[in-house]
Design a protein around this ligand. Structure first.
Ligand SMILES: C[S@@+](CC[C@H](N)C(=O)[O-])C[C@H]1O[C@@H](n2cnc3c(N)ncnc32)[C@H](O)[C@@H]1O
Length: 271
């Protein structure tokens, strides 16, 4: 079975650190063992093969994983843009597919900025920004205790303790209680909550002015443009929130289903 051939048998295939995560198409499930052996022998740096055994779900946005072969573990070390991340696939969300986005945002950050990352996961965006740019401080929030613990470890490993402040909790409550009117930039890398939590991102901006980075899913009809739909959705919401805002950028950052896209939107809030 050649590499290209086994790839055609998979619905999903990612290599993260030394772990391959796969989802085998129903009709090839019986070839499970051969596929795993092929992955291990053709990718010498892969030591573990896991199965993505459910869709992403729940507040922590995780999918179930099943061990299929190689060393029996679920934890790996992943490197991105010169940073090191420890990931535990049983407990936290992680995707390497937003790597380009993490760098894009990091390159926008100006010296001395105060940043809030409302949905940090294991700290990827926050740590890459801290390493690549020169912000004053990044408040890095996540609700999942396991993601928070890994984020703390990743902050230590990457030696950004003076810049990235890990916070465990619901971003809405944390902003209300202690992060109002302090940020130059707010990150919202959680499509499921972006629209709902937009009022809290606005509250977090210093004097109600700054940049918000939103990610959301948009499903379009034939002939409809996802960029226009995303823009309209958020400009409408911002208007109801009495916010004077401009869209700086809107673009697709992935296709997650038939005519369904993950979109990135940069908003400049002017008051
Ligand atoms: C899609 S993941 C973000 C991943 C991360 N930005 C990355 O690139 O690896 C969303 C994260 O938001 C967290 N989360 C969900 N609801 C939350 C809330 N209300 N407040 C803070 N974090 C929340 C989840 O636990 C999850 O880790």
């Amino acid at each position: 079975m050649r590499r290209r051939k086994f790839k055609g048998m998979l619905k999903y295939f990612d290599i993260i650190g030394d772990i391959a995560i796969i989802d085998i198409k129903e009709e090839y499930k019986s070839l499970n063992r051969r596929i795993v052996e092929e992955i291990l022998s053709t990718n010498k740096h892969v030591k573990v093969v896991l199965e993505k055994a459910s869709p992403i779900s729940g507040r922590y946005r995780i999918f179930k994983v099943k061990w299929l072969g190689g060393e029996k573990r679920f934890i790996t070390i992943y490197r991105e843009h010169g940073c090191i991340f420890k990931v535990d696939f049983r407990k936290v969300f992680f995707t390497p597919r937003l790597s380009g986005e993490r760098l894009r945002i990091a390159e926008k950050v100006k010296t001395g900025e105060v940043i809030i990352n409302m949905f940090s996961g294991i700290g990827t965006y926050s740590i890459i920004i801290a390493k690549k740019s020169n912000p004053k401080i990044i408040y890095s929030i996540d609700l999942n205790p396991a993601a928070y613990e890994l984020m703390k470890e990743n902050i230590r490993i990457n030696r950004v303790e003076n810049i990235v402040i890990p916070i465990l909790g619901d971003a809405k409550e944390i902003v209300n209680e202690r992060l109002q009117s302090i940020a130059d930039r707010v990150l919202m890398p959680l499509p499921a909550l972006a629209l709902k939590y937009l009022p809290y991102a606005l509250k977090a901006l210093r004097n109600g002015v700054g940049i918000i980075h939103v990610y959301d899913f948009v499903k379009v009809e034939k002939g409809e443009k996802p960029e226009s739909k995303m823009k309209k959705l958020y400009l409408g919401r911002l208007e109801t929130l009495n916010s004077k805002s401009k869209i700086l950028l809107v673009k697709k950052v992935g296709e997650v289903g038939p005519r369904k896209y993950r979109m990135a939107l940069d908003i400049k809030v002017e008051g």
